[in-house]
Design a protein around this ligand. Sequence first.
Ligand SMILES: NC(=O)c1ccc[n+]([C@@H]2O[C@H](COP(=O)([O-])OP(=O)(O)OC[C@H]3O[C@@H](n4cnc5c(N)ncnc54)[C@H](O)[C@@H]3O)[C@@H](O)[C@H]2O)c1
Ligand SMILES: [Zn+2]
Ligand SMILES: [Zn+2]
Length: 361
Amino acid sequence: MTHRVRGVIARSKGAPVETTTILVPDPGPGEALVQVKACGVCHTDLHYREGGINDEFPFLLGHEASGIVEAVGPDVTSVAPGDFVVLNWRAVCGNCRACKRGRPWYCFATHNATQAMTLEDGTRLSPALGIGAFAEKTLVAAGQCTKVDPAASPAAAGLLGCGVMAGLGAALNTGDVGRGDSVAVIGCGGVGNAAVAGARLAGAAKIIAVDVDDRKLGWAKGLGATHTVDARTEDVVKAIRSLTGGHGADVVIEAVGRPETYEQAFYARDLAGTVVLVGVPTPEMKLELPLLDVFGRGGALKSSWYGDCLPERDFPLLIDLYLQGRLDLDAFVSETIPLDGVEEAFARMERGEVLRSVVEF
Ligand SMILES: NC(=O)c1ccc[n+]([C@@H]2O[C@H](COP(=O)([O-])OP(=O)(O)OC[C@H]3O[C@@H](n4cnc5c(N)ncnc54)[C@H](O)[C@@H]3O)[C@@H](O)[C@H]2O)c1
Ligand SMILES: [Zn+2]
Ligand SMILES: [Zn+2]
């Protein structure tokens, strides 16, 4: 059977997104059909629309989602119809060289659905990050469905599927923030503010939030920042050093994705400290640093993809903390919107008015 549902697609480079009818096949081996409940609007969806990821138009956008499993392929045992799940873009294979070395968060062969979703005329859709959840139903690999406690709000839970997990994991997994550490986060959008929340969860003693927008700094305070730095008026490196006894922070998380802010992160950390780059740069960006400083300042310079998360390990745990009131995922849901509100949500995102707009079905 084929399911005719509404979905939001980017038909061609730079054109506004459209809501249209899409065809979703019944799940085959290894696949699951999910009734989407909520899906956040992420910067990466906009990158797809602008042709910044690849040229495989038309895209079915949306990838920060939660939903209810409607049907599964004949061999699927990990989830069943009726399960409440968060969709992930890291269904690890277990067989590649990263998985075999015991580092599955670097998996090089993650699973996606094998059958295609299409337009009514049969044109194949490329689902964003292998998910495509700005749609009433979507088809994914069963491993992309992570079962979590259904008591969670669908809008908040879905955000773990991308940006919020990326930020939380940049602090908790990649940065390995520990009790008593000092942490600075440069760029406090959805990702950076999740890193602030992650640093608080880890027991950081000092959490310094840096941004160029007062709204973002206000949200950062609510999520656990102990100090804020306005990068428009203050020297970021000096400010972070003076807030940390002149030394710099133990862990500095860069969540903008620009050479200038990376350089600030590099010099704002303590000797032997850690820099985590979670912001995504564009291809033309270059970094120049004195090699002697790279050597002399020691420590670790790391990148964080999807917060080095393992969905099956991290999503249920974070949802439990959320339900206990120890992780405020609701704070990231700035507004809920209908499916045909994605284009306007992109504009609000670009104006910095929201942490996340979330489509609710
Ligand atoms: N590594 C991953 O797995 C992953 C996953 C999702 C998103 N991302 C990336 O993380 C980055 C942040 O995403 P987001 O959704 O939070 O975006 P966003 O646009 O909401 O946040 C960026 C923030 O940086 C601030 N900013 C801009 N210039 C600044 C400067 N010079 N100094 C300080 N702050 C500055 C902005 O005011 C904004 O608050 C993006 O590059 C995004 O692509 C990475
Ligand atoms: Zn693998
Ligand atoms: Zn995303």
